[in-house]
Design a protein around this ligand. Structure first.
Ligand code: 0O2
Length: 200
């Protein structure tokens, strides 16, 4: 797990830089909080088995993109794309795949912006490209996903239909709230700009 641990340290340093730069130069504070984690070996083995693969180290390195995962939680939906754009500009980050579950939500209502990337990590034997998954979401999307993860995503057995339907309804409400909050925030920022202009 050492390369993945090192990759998470490097990525967290990049995120600190993004936060400091956005605040210093643009007075923006788009990131609410960041959580990083290493996938547990049992979870890696389960995921490989689900994909019909032998739970070996080689298969884990080759086929599992989220052994190292970083979740960036933003206040507003536009912040997600703003932060993603900054990540895309980092020379040391190679974007492998983007899954925009905000533009294209999953059937169950799941929404988040996923970036599968590779970053170079210096080890004793030389440099290694290590896979990291970024998950970017709003506070509201995160609230929904945590509950859904707890009650269904990891559950092998079927859950009652009405719970699935209620979760889907909640996902619609989350989407509506995110867009209303975004709209409000844009209006407030416009007002602040006008106030700043008139006091200058
Ligand atoms: P955990 O416990 O969070 O680590 P792929 O085989 O590449 O097509 P994969 O690897 O599942 O599919 O990729 P994807 O779609 O990027 O999903 C990776 C992670 O996103 C998941 O990791 C979850 O953390 C999260 N995720 C994806 N879909 C859902 C969903 O429907 N609900 C919730 N709550 N989270 C989701 P793990 O390993 O599955 O779980």
């Amino acid at each position: 797990m050492l390369p993945y641990t090192s990759a998470l340290k490097v990525v967290n340093m990049y995120i600190d830089t993004i936060e400091e730069e956005l605040f210093t130069y643009k007075r923006q504070n788009p990131i609410e909080h960041v959580k990083s984690r290493l996938k547990r070996p049992s979870s890696i083995a389960r995921k490989l088995e689900k994909k019909g693969l032998e739970p070996t180290l080689e298969n884990a390195v080759k086929y599992i993109d989220d052994i190292a995962g970083v979740r960036i939680v933003c206040q507003f939906q536009e912040d997600i794309y703003r932060v993603a754009d900054v990540i895309k500009k980092f020379e040391n980050i190679r974007i492998v795949q983007i899954k925009d579950y905000i533009a294209n939500p999953k059937e169950n209502g799941y929404r988040s912006y996923h970036m599968h990337v590779e970053i170079p990590v210096r080890m004793l034997h030389g440099e290694e490209m290590v896979k990291v998954e970024f998950q970017l979401r709003t506070v509201a999307m995160d609230f929904w996903a945590s509950l859904e993860h707890k009650i269904r995503y990891k559950n092998e057995s079927e859950i009652p239909d009405h719970i699935g339907s209620e979760l889907k309804l909640c996902a619609t409400l989350v989407e509506k709230m995110d867009s209303e909050m975004q709209h409000l925030n844009n209006e407030i920022e416009q007002l602040n700009l006008i106030t700043q202009d008139s006091t200058n």
